[in-house]
Design a protein around this ligand. Structure first.
Ligand code: C2O
Ligand code: CU
Length: 545
């Protein structure tokens, strides 16, 4: 195994990802940042210099479990104090499994400002993937706003609430296109070389592995390459029993590998189209060019880009979720029984005039002292010591009605899990505060992969749904999974990774508005914490030791 070293500086830069000039957060001058390329078993060392001058930061390695290095998870407030302006923090961790992962800021809403990128972990020499392809390509998807993330965050926490609204454009590998005639007084230049669609050049007859990931702040996406099918073979670092789709639904925090054969009429180019689903779209289709060599890469395809499935066809998306199974020969069966079931009702609430998201009526807030330090050093006064609720009042709650939930509160309490125990989580969706509206929430678990036991519509039935709808035979393992509108998703994991781990909705504004919880397991087994993660809250005096 090798050591892969990266030296990064995080800075604000003026860039025009969708033609309109805006301050973005870049790594070594670029957004998306550099792709981390490593082999299974390698140690990755990333030296992050915070060059933001007036803002803290932290970077999370999404999908990397951080076994033995919980302090390198990069989750500000959970596993570390923020990296202060001018400071350098060294992340060091082992990439123990092959696959496609991502990284991104885990501080405020900085991810939305462009601080993100990809991690590709290849197999050790001499071992090959269970599928064949000629070339490997990276596709990072994102949604983009022209307002600064500070303005967005201020609106979200204001009374009255100011919603961020739908994105102005969709980015494919950091490129989008905004109609400059609508730019008002902003600097917008459609002849700027940055302002041109991403081009994926393919050689006729060849097979491409596209590693597609979504860093969306808000949107659920549907990705389609005009005229080409895609065979899904990997998700979140796990092999999928291959299935063919015309277009792929992908939620924030998910990664997929798909195989695409350049098998269409080669005398022209084709569109790769990114459409918003699940929310009523108010953003033009994001476009890239699927360029058949040797056609000119800028030559526009002669046809209209795919419009994607109906945005409100929840069943279509649920069915695609249900197709994702572990690949034969690569099935890790889950424990057949569980030690604990935690049911989490996802609601939108108003607390003291603020619009918030809550689980079981509790809206999450981060403490000043990161949990990992507080729990390891028994600084129990630094966060609520009460046990958060295991379920909600199912008999008296109508998930199809606008949430009333007058009793929602703020809390920073954590779920403490018995080390090595098996835990089931039922994520129960509900109506938001808008009548006849329920959103898609992609939930992401730090420090683990979980088995996706099932998805279903309506209210989870604790007797019948596990019997009829749980897949205990070949469930896929993932780190991020969607909870569909008015539906439920059940997952299972083993609490075998000593540390403190966030579990939250990957929509940037939803987590910011309280949609998350934190798990602790085996913290007494965690080794000596590095002083570099300390310094904030009540951990300032620990830093010297
Ligand atoms: Cu990719 Cu806690 O998130
Ligand atoms: Cu959400």
């Amino acid at each position: 195994a090798k050591v892969r070293r990266y030296r990064w500086e995080v800075t604000y830069e003026l860039q025009s990802p969708d033609c309109l000039e805006k301050l973005v957060i870049a790594i070594n001058g670029r957004t998306p940042g550099p792709t981390i390329m490593a082999q299974q078993g390698d140690t990755v060392i990333v030296e992050v210099k915070n060059g933001l001058l007036t803002e803290n930061t932290a970077i999370h390695w999404h999908g990397i479990r951080q076994i033995g290095t919980p302090w390198s998870d990069g989750t500000e407030g959970v596993t570390q104090c923020p990296i202060l302006p001018g400071e350098t923090f060294i992340y060091k961790f082992v990439v123990d499994r092959p696959g496609t992962y991502i990284y991104h800021a885990h501080y405020g809403m900085q991810r939305s400002a462009g601080l993100y990128g990809s991690i590709h972990v290849s197999l050790p020499d001499g071992i090959s993937e269970p599928f064949a392809y000629d070339y490997d390509r990276n596709i990072v998807l994102n949604d983009w706003w022209h307002k600064t993330t500070h303005e967005q965050a201020a609106g979200l926490s204001s009374i009255p609430f100011v919603w961020v609204k739908e994105p102005q454009s969709l980015l494919i590998n950091g490129r989008g296109w905004f109609n400059c005639s609508q730019a008002g007084t902003a600097v917008c230049n459609s002849t700027n070389p940055q302002c041109s669609p991403f081009v994926l050049t393919v050689v006729p007859g060849k097979t491409y592995r596209l590693r597609i990931s979504s860093l969306a702040s808000l949107s659920a996406f549907n990705f389609e390459i005009e005229g080409h099918n895609m065979t899904v073979v990997e998700t979140d670092g796990h092999y999928v029993e291959p299935f063919v789709v015309k277009n792929l639904n992908i939620y924030s925090g998910e990664t997929y590998s798909v195989l695409v054969v350049a098998d269409q009429e080669p005398s022209r180019n084709y569109w790769a189209a990114l459409n918003v689903v699940s929310r009523k779209p108010d953003t033009p289709t994001g476009l890239a060019i699927f360029n058949y060599y040797p056609n000119h890469p800028r030559r526009r395809p002669p046809t209209a880009p795919p419009a994607g499935p109906l945005w409100n066809d929840t069943e279509y998306r649920l069915n695609q979720s249900l197709k994702i199974r572990a690949r034969r020969g690569y099935v890790y069966p889950p424990p057949t029984t569980t030690d604990r079931v935690i049911t989490l009702l996802n609601t939108q609430n108003r607390i003291d005039g603020h619009t918030r998201w809550a689980v079981n009526n509790i809206s999450f807030t981060l403490p000043h002292t990161p949990y990992l330090i507080a729990l390891k050093h028994k600084l129990h006064h630094t966060f609520s010591q009460s046990a958060p609720p295991e379920t909600y009042d199912r008999a008296n709650y109508d998930i199809f009605k606008q949430a009333a939930n007058p009793n929602a509160t703020y809390s920073d309490a954590v779920y403490r899990l018995k080390f090595n125990s098996t835990v089931d989580i039922i994520l129960q969706n509900a109506n938001s505060m808008v009548p006849n509206n329920s959103e898609t929430h992609p939930w992401h678990l730090h420090g683990h992969d979980f088995w996706v036991l099932g998805h279903g519509p309506g209210v989870f039935d604790p007797v019948n749904d596990p019997l009829r709808k749980y897949n205990l035979v070949d469930p896929i393992m993932k780190n991020t999974v969607a909870v569909h509108p008015y539906g439920w998703t059940a997952i299972r994991f083993v609490a075998d990774n000593p540390g403190v781990w966030a579990f939250h909705c990957h929509i940037e504004s939803h987590f910011f508005m309280g949609m998350g919880i934190v798990f602790e397991e085996g913290v007494e087994r965690v080794g000596r914490l590095p002083a570099a993660i300390m310094g904030c809250g009540d951990s300032h005096h620990l830093r010297r030791h």
